[in-house]
Design a protein around this ligand. Structure first.
Ligand SMILES: NC(=O)c1ccc[n+]([C@@H]2O[C@H](COP(=O)([O-])OP(=O)(O)OC[C@H]3O[C@@H](n4cnc5c(N)ncnc54)[C@H](OP(=O)(O)O)[C@@H]3O)[C@@H](O)[C@H]2O)c1
Length: 268
C-alpha cells in the first residue's frame, strides 16, 4: 500500500495527513482528493500533502481512505467504484457507515471500517478498526498505518458506533472541560495565556497519570487528590450536585444514537 488517497479534504483528513507526516521516511505516499476548492477556505491550516480535485487520482491508489461526511457517502462511493480498481482496499472512517452498506457499493474490494479521532494529528489518537474480507498482509499494513496515528484496537464492527460516541467524538468532551477550566481560571484573575497553559497541562498530566497507573481506578486517583474537608472535596461535591457525571454519560449515549441514525440513513 504505497499510494494512499484520502477522499475528503476536511478536518479528519487534515489530522490523518498531519499524523502520517510525522513518520520519518514513511513507506507510503499520501495524496488528498477534494470535491471542491472549499479546502482553500481553511487556509489557516495549510495542507501538508498534494491535493487534487481530479477523481482520476483514485486510479493510481493502493488504498482509499474515505473521510467524507455520511451525507456525501453515496456519491463518494460511486466515484470510488468508477475510478479505483475493483480490488483496491477501502478504509472507511465515516461515522455510522456499516461494512454491509460499503459492501453493496464495492462488492469486490477488501474493506475496513475504522473510527479514529482528531488527536491523530499529533500521533496521540486512538483508532478502533474492524475488517471485512482483508488478507492478513493488508490488515497488517492498515494496522501499521493506523499505529502511526496513535493507539489501535481491533474490534467487532458492532462496537464501532459506541466507540464513535466515546473516543471518536471524545476529544470534544475534553475540550468542553478545557474551556470550563480556562474560563474559571480567567474569572479567578489569571491571564488567558496562563489559564490555558495550566489547564492544558492539568488535563494532559491527569491522562498521563491514569495511563501510567492502570491498576488505579478513576476513584482511586481522585482519592489521591481529595482529602476530607479540603478544596478538591468542595469542588467535587459541587460537581456531584450539578450531575456532571450523569450529564456526560447521557451525552455519550446521545452521540451513539446519532451514529446509529446516520448509519440507517447514510445519505440523509
Ligand atoms: N472530525 C473528526 O474529529 C472525526 C473523527 C472521526 C471520524 N470522523 C468522520 O470523518 C468524516 C469526515 O469528517 P470531517 O469532520 O473531516 O468532515 P468535513 O470537515 O466536513 O470534511 C469532509 C470533506 O469531504 C469532502 N467531500 C465530500 N464529498 C466528497 C467527494 N465525493 N470527493 C472528495 N471530497 C468530498 C467535503 O468537501 P466540501 O467542502 O466540498 O463539502 C469536505 O471537505 C465523517 O464521516 C466523520 O464521521 C470525523
Amino acid at each position: 500500500m504505497e499510494r494512499i488517497v484520502v477522499m475528503g479534504a476536511g478536518n479528519l483528513a487534515h489530522a490523518l495527513v498531519q499524523g502520517w507526516q510525522r513518520v520519518p521516511n514513511p513507506p507510503w505516499s499520501v495524496a488528498v482528493l477534494a470535491r471542491s476548492d472549499s479546502y482553500l477556505d481553511k487556509g489557516w491550516r495549510p495542507w501538508p500533502a498534494p491535493i487534487s480535485t481530479d477523481p482520476a487520482i483514485l486510479s493510481e491508489s493502493d488504498l482509499v481512505v474515505l473521510a467524507v461526511k455520511p451525507k456525501d457517502v453515496n456519491a463518494a462511493l460511486q466515484t470510488v467504484s468508477q475510478e479505483a480498481g475493483p480490488a483496491v482496499p477501502v478504509l472507511s472512517m465515516v461515522a455510522g457507515l456499516a461494512l454491509a452498506t460499503l459492501r453493496r457499493h464495492l462488492p469486490h474490494a477488501p474493506l475496513a471500517r475504522a473510527m479514529p479521532n482528531i488527536c491523530s494529528a499529533v500521533g496521540e489518537g486512538v483508532t478502533a478498526v474492524a475488517f471485512d474480507r482483508m488478507a492478513s498482509s493488508e490488515r497488517a499494513e492498515i494496522r501499521r498505518l493506523l499505529e502511526a496515528l496513535g493507539d489501535v484496537v481491533e474490534v467487532e464492527e458492532a462496537l464501532l458506533d459506541p466507540i464513535t460516541a466515546l473516543s471518536g467524538s471524545g476529544p470534544a468532551y475534553a475540550y468542553v472541560l478545557l474551556e470550563a477550566l480556562i474560563e474559571a481560571g480567567e474569572r479567578l484573575g489569571l491571564d488567558p495565556v496562563l489559564a490555558r497553559r495550566l489547564s492544558v497541562q492539568t488535563l494532559r498530566g491527569a491522562a498521563a497519570l491514569a495511563q501510567a497507573e492502570p491498576q488505579l481506578s478513576p476513584a482511586d486517583l481522585i482519592r489521591l487528590i481529595a482529602s476530607p474537608g479540603g478544596t478538591t472535596e468542595a469542588a467535587l461535591d459541587r460537581l456531584a450536585d450539578e450531575g456532571v457525571k450523569r450529564a456526560v454519560c447521557e451525552a455519550i449515549f446521545q452521540a451513539r444514537l446519532q451514529a446509529q441514525r446516520l448509519g440507517s440513513h447514510p445519505s440523509a
